[in-house]
Design a protein around this ligand. Structure first.
Ligand code: ATP
Ligand code: MG
Length: 370
């Protein structure tokens, strides 16, 4: 079957801006999605994810900027003339059609020969494991099954570009996790380019080859899941993707490749120095699993007092109020017992510390999840 072909599209947004009256939903977004790439678009509600993919797909036109597919300007080309499959944010199946009719709607509406419709229908429903339910109506299906049919319908266009808007958000956790991996497998097996919008960072990290982080109409940064987690280029990403502790300080002195950062009450830590200068205002980011509690006060440690504990299952999160007056979260195995009020030493392994310049508008503004 002529499904797997080498001409998988490469999609580009160049300076895309979208305004709705006084609201700027997108502000000069530049993005390249390579052929055969599975890209996750991640951001909080209202940040412009749906607007971006509607523009990429031709459902909407941008106010400014261009969309290119394989280098060709397609900005003015409507969605009907594009070769793509789209799964909308809200499941939209035709309620009066059964699973089979819903799934084969695309080839049917394009008046494909009956034998083709038959073959495509069988193939896509098999892919999402819904062939046996072919005679059922949407109202008789669970949300997860409806979502699978919506996906089958998008795939039935045999398009090489698949655009998915929060395809799993309406589902409960177990079904969501199952479908997540099914989605990725289907996209990779068929050799498609996929753009998958979600506000769930775990979902984005586990399905996508590359994750694009958006905030308030702008693309903040893009990178592979591990890179975004281990080396976020931006404080917003460091806060939004996974969890982080942030400490504000200023560089007291530098020695070779190290800088000594001073916090309130004169406490200092040694950090790797990417060209820091004395007096630089910095923010350190360390993940809760990157901290440890130690017995003695030697080395890269800050003293503090245990202020609380949250049980997380295999691990526990210890909240420590440092003598710098910052509160940090430290993740430890749950087996370790620690009482509130106890004095502890928090050990900061240099390899786990990321250093950022202190943002001009202040740390709170840079981290704000909105
Ligand atoms: N048709 C429209 N008319 C006016 N404003 C709109 C329209 N569509 C979107 N907006 C505004 O544009 C901004 C971005 O909306 P968009 O739907 O792209 O966000 P989103 O990231 O998809 O959010 P969610 O996660 O809630 O789906 C919001 O402020 C929204 O109110
Ligand atoms: Mg949306």
């Amino acid at each position: 079957m002529p499904w797997r072909s080498s001409d998988v599209p490469r999609v580009e947004a160049v300076g895309v801006t979208k305004r709705f009256g006084r609201i700027t939903a997108l502000e000069r977004c530049d993005l390249v999605i390579g052929d055969g790439e599975y890209v996750g678009i991640l951001g909080l509600s209202g940040c412009g994810k749906t607007t971006l993919i509607k523009i990429l797909s031709g459902l909407w036109g941008p106010t400014e900027g261009r969309v290119l597919v394989d280098g060709q300007d397609v900005t003015g080309v409507p969605v009907e003339e594009r070769d793509l499959g789209y799964v909308f944010q809200n499941i939209v199946l035709f309620p009066h059609m059964d699973v089979w009719r819903n799934a084969t709607y695309g080839p049917w509406v394009h008046a494909r020969p009956e034998a083709d419709v038959e073959a495509v229908g069988k193939e896509v429903l098999e892919l999402v494991d819904m062939l046996e339910e072919r005679g059922m109506f949407p109202g008789e299906l669970s949300g997860g099954s409806q979502q699978k049919v919506a996906l089958a319908r998008a795939l039935a266009n045999r398009a090489k570009l698949l655009i998915l808007d929060e395809p799993l958000s309406a589902l409960d956790t177990r079904v969501r996790l199952e479908l997540r991996y099914a989605l990725r497998r289907i996209v990779k097996d068929l050799g498609l380019t996929a753009i998958h919008v979600t506000h769930d960072q775990e979902e984005a990290m586990s399905v996508a080859d590359r994750v694009v982080v958006m905030r308030k109409g702008r693309i903040v940064e893009a990178g592979g899941p591990e890179d975004l987690y281990d080396r976020p280029a931006n404080l917003f990403t460091a806060n939004f993707v996974g969890e982080n502790n942030f400490l504000e300080g200023s560089v007291k002195r530098t020695v070779g490749t190290w800088a000594f950062v001073e916090f309130r009450n004169g406490f200092q830590l040694r950090v790797p120095s990417p060209g820091l200068m004395i007096g630089d205002a910095v923010v350190l980011a360390v993940r809760p699993e990157g901290l440890a509690l130690v017995k003695d006060g030697f080395g890269n440690v800050l003293p503090g007092r245990v202020e609380g504990r949250r049980f997380l299952g295999a691990t526990q999160r210890i909240l420590v109020r440092l003598f710098t007056d910052d509160v940090v979260a430290v993740d430890l195995p749950s087996s370790q017992s620690l009482n509130t009020g106890r004095d502890v030493m928090v050990s900061f392994n240099e390899a786990n510390i990321l250093v950022y310049p202190r943002p001009f508008a202040g740390l709170q503004e840079a981290l704000k999840l909105e």
